[in-house]
Design a protein. Sequence first.
Length: 145
Amino acid sequence: MGFGVLPRVFFSNPKEELTGTVQDKRASDIEERSARAISKLPEWSYVFQVAINPITGYLSTEKTHLVNEVEIDFWAMRGNEYKAILPDGEIGHFMALWQRAHDEEKTERINAYMKRIGQGEAIRVPFWKLDTQDHADQFYKELLL
């Protein structure tokens, strides 16, 4: 992948027009479909790409790039209910053992944070559930409503 090329999961949706961004941040196709799907649910809002700061232990939209910083793709909110949502790209299906271990560690750190604030565990979304906007809409409707 060259410089400036947006990582995508390669689904053939020729009539689909994607911007490559979510909340002014670069996004893959499955992230953009996820954002659009969550936005269609009236009681829910979200922040794209928040991190658990390893020093303060709080969420931040500013990345520190410190060791043990963990990023949450979608921080979805409804009243006092919060969901950490992690769409898994195609690599999530074909990853090496070391990548799987890294993902599991990331999920454990997010789950520890979620437990600390009295919320449920992180939700990992398989890329194939987000192959079209209709599928993404249906998935998030079932998940969040």
